[in-house]
Write a protein that binds this ligand. Sequence first.
Ligand code: DOR
Ligand code: ZN
Length: 354
Amino acid sequence: MSNSPTQIELIQPDDWHLHIRDGAVMKDVLADTARQFARAIIMPNLKPPVTTVGLAKAYKARIQANLNALGISAFTPLMILYLTDTTSVDEVRKAKDAGIAGFKLYPAGATTNSDAGVSDLKHCHAVLEEMQSVGMPLLVHGEVTSPEIDIFDREAVFIDSVLEPLRQHFPELKVVFEHLTTKQAAHYVRDAIIGGKNTIAATITPQHLLMNRNAIFSGGIRPHNYCLPVLKREEHRVALLEAATSGNPRFFLGTDSAPHAKGAKETACGCAGCYSAFNALGLYAEAFESQGKFDKLEGFASFFGPDFYSLPRNTQKITLVKQAQNIPAELPLGDATIVPLRAGETIAWSLVEN
Ligand code: DOR
Ligand code: ZN
């Protein structure tokens, strides 16, 4: 493939990290994702969190009802359970039998709706042992939460104090290091030594490929560019771009699109999360184009995720064209509105709608 094309055809991508919430807002955000992606990993940080197979089945049924109402038949949600200090070994077995795609580790207090998260991984040893033995992936929000650790260092400290000891203890456990934000994380995943099987992978969001931390403060406070883990320095963005466009199968697409109503972002204590689902593929195309690496986009967006999760690759194709798309200032979100990433601006690449 030429590296300066005006049209690209790809096997349809999946989103390996997505928040769609629940209730009235779900339909609006689901429609944006299902326009572009065939499948998505559905994050379980609802209130209350999705901690059991029973809750995941009920959540999946609500997602299916919304897909039916939207007339969408070609989208598959992949369900994830929220790991807690009290998750049982039996729940892991049930999850495996029920086709749950993984468990999510939120260190308690790390981000939106993470109060029920794990206070110390020592409470989870038997469960992790079982996950390792049945091949159940652990998806990690990689930040420590101690107040004395600077917010910009939380990911790097997590690698040394939590992730590396975890992987030493459970070398066969499949781990997805979610939404990388630092050079340290990109290099850790790239260089991790593994046994015969690939046991580590990582997702990368569009905002961390396209923006550095200046974007939170340019000309004033920009709440819609605030997410967790927070945007980092330019050198980290450069390292993430290099990782994503390297063709290394350990790195794949996960938007972490995290909808919050406009009023919950533009307030004295605004929520963390960027809404990138509206034109996520256009955003990723822009990032890959900036590196002249379009030939690496399909692997990142469409192949490496299913390969890691041991799921079949999609076979249907989608087309992106170099045709500027205006991003609306606001979009409907239930009874409220949401401000998408790059609101009021244009994105060079658009999906050709069938
Ligand atoms: O910015 C974020 N928003 N990071 C997360 O880890 C959670 C997410 C959310 O659910 O809003
Ligand atoms: Zn997330």
